[in-house]
Design a protein around this ligand. Structure first.
Ligand code: FUC
Length: 779
């Protein structure tokens, strides 16, 4: 009985769920620092608006005739646990090293190609969906087919970062339509409300599908429509289930889905799950049943409250240009104003808290948003910059708990990484090379040219220390110390002495994905002691030394590391006045290569920043490398220039990164930004979003070398502004307000007792802080 249904729903609506015709339309006034909006539906997912709760993701296209919402589950991977190690590889290690010590690098590389790559197909050259390595895959598509050909007017598709709600609104055939959706963390469900201002005018077909391998069910259960997809990967099952709540109108079976006719309002709930057993569908059903017990308003309120607890901790305000107030986000990319940098910063935080939550998997190459079954580069975890960059904003931008999934991943690599350490190096401890997945892949990659960089583990282990250094939580340090120590044990065991200076170096390794030119013109990759390895091992040893001191344990291991650390090859300055990328001053095979690995110690590492000679060399390196690059490469350079104190140059890089991109295939140059502000490698790769967020923070507050620096790289275009809730190493939180390019008010709060060294405009202030104390400076 339609009348009765309508009446009953109206009673429920008293809690605030007024229908659209009763709600006076508020003028559309998006906050330019917290809203991403477009005045047309997305043709591709790089214009769609992302939602996520760390496990479930959604990309909302905002279609008028046809709406598509891509659904994701962060654990949905093909592939399976495998043994990718060649267990006899260590037998060839002495010969590989002998060749390297004799300067026969290419011969060493040839042997590496035969004996020191992974067993099996490895990553499948980045197309690993059907090999054991596997691939992160799309869960499905939710489709709403409205049909008709009347044009839409007064259209907008809008994501409010503060509420994590996407709203799609337009007028069509004289009727105003409004859809609102979110992915709830507390209730583990995607929710969408569809309304219009004419009673009974909602007619559409609802469908749920997946590109491959799926059973689709659409049915009426007790008069209520249910849609479900489910399927199995080699090692897991997955499912998504949709329920439909109607206010007015009715539902009916339709070809490939369910039809809705004559409704005033429709509420969709979608739950999903992955499972190694056969219970994914049951898990999804359970979530859906729990969410069905709550009204739309209750679900919405719980979602917004939970989201704001994280999102509101930190805020950046920068000058807004008049046109930025009025322009949709994609048009703002053509003339990036200061407030777009604030939006980009907030978006980085938003994307992190949407794709990485405690208990889940880390944000992958695309966070948790993917529309294919073969995601570029398998949507995996690359360990030679990419997954680490994803977590650069976590501490400084006040989302430290979102860092946790990375720590779990690191912990999960200890066991497989120990097997790899044994197989290839006959060494203790654990190691990971260039790539990993959810199945514990730690072996070298399938190609020696890029696959044998051995510092992936050391770079990961640095994140454990960073989390401690920002928060100074000794319980955390004690928990993660074994992973740090076992990583140090590995590198301690595999270092060899190079003949020229008798420095200790890694061997065999390479400088991530870059080649050198030998004096005779031949190009090689394999080497000993690439600069990044030396920087990472020096840092790892330093962190483990310090951690063992803080925890009061392992004095003998500490002493051994101290002795070895003093003998590691130093950062060297080459003939061109730049930082040498390799132990020898080789020429670059690609002078403008995207990786700038040897400047690891400038950012995020600390070794270069406070050494005048090395700073100059780093500057020279950046000048020679140039201001181009893939998305993440441009983002890294923002942080490099910020550390060098050059805010104008950092801003230029950020502007280049904002360059509108339409390229969606894999291209190893010309990074930029898509209409939805996703970073374009190209293709979409989320590391550049996170790198830019961290780089912007680095322009405002730095805290390396035991000194908290305020406004160290402020560009002129940002001369007015404020920031609240940035964090600094040592257990500090910082608020700043500045005008005419000068700091007016700073507040530094200490969460633990300890010394504070503050630097602003060349002046240093030192204080002993108590836990909970705040220091205000007013100028
Ligand atoms: C590394 C980078 C590429 C790309 C890929 C996912 O191989 O060198 O640019 O980001 O990871």
């Amino acid at each position: 009985m339609p009348g009765l249904t309508r009446g009953a729903a109206c009673v429920l609506a008293l809690g605030g769920c007024a229908s659209l015709q009763e709600t006076p339309r508020a003028p559309f006034a998006p906050d330019p620092a917290h809203t991403i909006w477009l005045d047309h539906p997305a043709e591709h997912f790089t214009s769609a608006l992302p939602l996520g709760n760390g496990t479930m993701g959604a990309l909302v296209f905002g279609g008028v005739e046809r709406e598509r919402i891509v659904l994701n589950e962060i654990g949905l991977w093909s592939g399976s646990v495998e043994d990718p190690n060649r267990h006899d590889s260590h037998e060839y290690l002495p010969e590989i090293r002998r060749l390297l010590l004799e300067g026969k690098n290419l011969e060493a590389e040839a042997l590496l190609s035969q004996r020191f790559t992974c067993a099996g197909a490895g990553s499948g050259q980045g197309n690993g969906a059907d090999v054991p390595y596997g691939c992160y895959q799309v869960l499905g598509n939710l489709r709403l087919e409205f049909g008709g050909d009347a044009p839409a007017e007064d259209y907008r598709n809008e994501l409010d970062l503060r509420t994590a709600i996407v709203r799609t609104a337009y007028t069509r055939g004289g009727v105003r339509f409004e859809r609102e959706c979110f992915v709830s963390k507390p209730n583990e469900v995607f929710v969408e409300r569809i309304r219009c201002d004419k009673p009974g005018a909602l007619d559409f077909i609802l469908k749920l599908d997946r590109p491959e391998g799926t059973v689709t069910k659409s049915d009426m259960l007790d008069g209520k429509p249910i849609l479900e997809i489910s399927g199995r990967m080699p090692s897991m099952g997955y499912a998504a289930r949709v329920s439909v709540e109607l206010r007015g109108g009715q539902a009916f079976r339709a070809l490939g889905g369910v039809g809705i006719e004559g409704a005033d309002e429709v509420i969709l709930r979608v739950a999903s799950a992955t499972s190694s057993g056969n219970d994914a569908a049951a898990l999804a059903r359970g979530k859906l049943e729990r969410a069905a017990a709550l009204s739309y308003e209750e679900l919405r309120r719980a979602h917004v409250d939970e989201h704001r607890k994280l999102y509101d901790r930190c805020e950046l305000t920068l000058p807004v240009s008049a046109e930025a107030q009025a322009l949709p986000t994609d048009r703002r990319l053509e003339r990036p104003d200061a407030s777009l940098a604030a939006l980009d910063f907030h978006y980085g935080r938003y994307l992190l808290l949407s794709s990485s939550r405690p208990g889940g998997l880390p944000a992958n190459l695309q966070g948790l948003w993917a529309e294919e079954t073969q995601t570029p580069w398998n949507g995996d975890y690359h360990l030679d910059i990419n997954v680490q960059m994803n977590y650069w904003p976590a501490e400084v931008a006040n989302l430290a708990e979102c860092h946790e999934p990375l720590f779990d991943l690191i912990d999960s690599l200890r066991k497989p990484g120990a097997a790899t350490a044994k197989a290839y190096y006959d060494a203790p401890g654990w190691v990971a090379h260039v790539i990993t997945n959810v199945w514990g892949f730690t072996a070298p990659g399938e190609d020696a040219g890029w696959g044998s960089t051995m510092s992936g583990g050391a770079w990961l282990a640095d994140h454990l220390w960073e989390h401690y250094d920002y928060g100074r939580d000794k319980t955390f340090l004690a928990r993660v110390y074994p992973a740090m120590k076992e990583s140090a044990q590995f590198y301690r065991a595999i270092l060899i002495e190079e003949p020229r200076h008798r420095w200790l170096v890694t061997a065999p390794s390479n400088s991530p994905e870059h080649g050198y030119v030998l004096p005779d013109g031949r190009v090689g990759h394999t080497c000993m002691g690439p600069t990044i390895d030396q920087e990472l091992v020096r840092e790892l040893f330093g962190n483990v030394i310090e951690a063992s001191r803080v925890l009061g344990i392992d004095p003998e291991f500490r002493a051994d590391l101290e002795a070895a650390r003093a003998r590691l090859a130093p950062v060297q300055v080459g003939a061109a006045g730049d930082v040498q990328e390799w132990l020898e001053d080789y020429a670059d095979s690609e002078p403008h290569h995207r990786h700038v690995s040897h400047l690891y110690a400038l950012y995020p590492g600390e070794e270069i920043a406070d050494d005048a000679r090395l700073r100059e060399a780093a500057k020279k390196t950046l000048e020679l490398r140039g201001d181009e690059g893939t998305g993440w490469s441009l983002a890294w350079k923002i942080a490099f220039w910020a550390r060098l104190g050059d805010g104008e140059h950092a801003l230029e890089l950020w502007k280049t990164l904002m360059r509108p991109s339409v390229e969606r295939g894999i291209v190893m140059q010309r990074g930029g930004t898509y209409p939805n502000l996703f970073c374009a490698h190209p293709p979409f790769q989320i590391d550049g979003n996170f790198g830019a967020c961290a780089g912007i923070a680095e322009m405002l507050v730095q805290s390396h070398g035991g000194v908290v620096r305020l406004l160290p790289a402020l560009p002129k275009a940002w001369s007015e502004g404020s920031v609240r809730g940035l964090r600094a190493r040592g257990g500090f939180e910082v608020d700043l307000r500045w005008s005419a390019g000068r700091l007016r008010h700073s507040r530094v709060r200490a969460s633990v007792a300890g010394p504070l060294v503050l630097e602003l405009a060349g002046e240093r202030i030192e204080r002993q802080m108590k836990a909970g104390e705040a220091l205000d400076l007013i100028r």
